[in-house]
Design a protein around this ligand. Sequence first.
Ligand code: ABC
Ligand code: CA
Length: 477
Amino acid sequence: ASASDWHSRSIYQLVTDRFALTDGSGPACNTEDRKYCGGTYRGIMNHLDYIQNMGFDAIWVSPVVSTFEGSSAYGEGYHGYWPQDLYSLNSHFGTGEDLKALAGALHKRNMYLMVDVVVNHLASKDFPPPFSSFNPFNRESDFHPRCLITDYNNQTQVEQCWLGDDKVALIDVNTEKDEIINTYNNWIKTLVGNYSVDGIRIDTVKHIRKDFWPNFASSSGVYTIGEVLHNETDYVAGYTHVLDAVLDYPTWFPLVAGFQTQFGNLSSLARVITTSQSAYKNGLFGTASFLENHDQPRFPSLTNDTARLRNAITFPFVHDGIPIVYYGQEQGYAGGPDPANREALWFSGYVQDKDLVKHIKTLNGARKAAITANSQFLSTAVRPATGHFPDLLETTLAVSKPPMLALFTNVGSSGTASWKVPKSGHSGNTQLIDVLSCTILTTNSDGGLTTNTTNGLPRVYLPVSALSASNKICINN
Ligand code: ABC
Ligand code: CA
């Protein structure tokens, strides 16, 4: 599928090993052990209702190719990011037929499959690396000479030295060589074709020179999102010229910092919204927005406050670009840094009758309703719309992406805050409904609004007229 096929979609990111077992519930899964826990493609297939019921129409699965077997100082390759043989699949997750069946089951539901791919390195737990066991790059000369990245401000080092350490070496492939470039381009084309993949998430994008990417992306023939783990908009922007989109890390940093405590500064978040729009190629479409992923501590590990959590979860759904939710967020999982943030989901029972699950379902529904109500919704830039009141601590934020208007605050569940929005984006005396609480508010005669909160929850307003029986939001109102 192409970039424009993806724009209206919403992605559920999962770690295959941790999402679902083939049948039933099963073995313990202690994240600290860093071992395979048994999740499979068949397991995912059996839980597509769970994902689709929350309103997601795409999944992103962790890398599928085989990694080295056995235990390293950092455990087993259950997460998939330690490739060893590009031409065989990781058999812990099932067979090639299983992966094809998953793609087929998704497509039957009009859902997309995004696969995570790693092309920067092959991995080894032994040193010196057993080059002959790698496939297809099985000669030492296929790799950059060993040096560990020590200075992230030295871009040549970032591109040509090795990630990882001596316990698990991420051996940096020599992606300057024509023969290797061709191999990768053919490999991605074949992988996408074999398994009917609709899009790829590309690992470690900043660790390969930029001009490697356009041919790789076009060889894939599908939508590409790159991981560029960096907090600066200008740095990340460079990669929006060589791939369809980037994971929006520059927004993620102020998003987390802004809602983590009541002292977070929401004006930093407001600022990055606009700077990224002008910096990124295809400003509004070149990003995918997220709160959690498998590399970062889960948000509830940073704050116990459920109101701040609700605010933070909401933001990616009212931002430009594609929202991504990391599995387990909907169940309130609270694991800290890797490996604690990769909990097995089967212990949740996949319960759907739960506040956070409903919250996420409503957000997906509201975004779809906005897309239906305004055919320009996706191509209209989200804009900060506050009037802070009071603004000393920057504890409130209002953003408008018509017909959606969202109000945020980090004061927390026992705090109070007020929003003053001079221009709601709607005309005077319009009835707006907060889809999260199903309460109605009417704009002033000049289209502005003022409102306050005593529970710190976010609000996502749509005009009442944008809701219909079919989107089932606030159905009784
Ligand atoms: C293993 C163990 C961990 C252990 C670690 C040392 O080794 O599991 O418990 O702590 C995979 C696995 C990991 C595994 C690693 C290494 O491999 O998933 O569990 O960790 O063996 C991608 C993937 C990630 C994956 C890999 C490797 C790459 O999403 O899951 O990890 O295929 C760098 C890369 C980035 C990479 C990330 C893990 O490492 O750039 O692509 N993610 C700075 C650098 C970043 C760097 C980051 C690492 O540190 O700039 O480039 O990311 O922590 C901000 C700055 C940032 C700064 C951050 C920390 O602070 O703006 O630049 O990032 O303020
Ligand atoms: Ca590299």
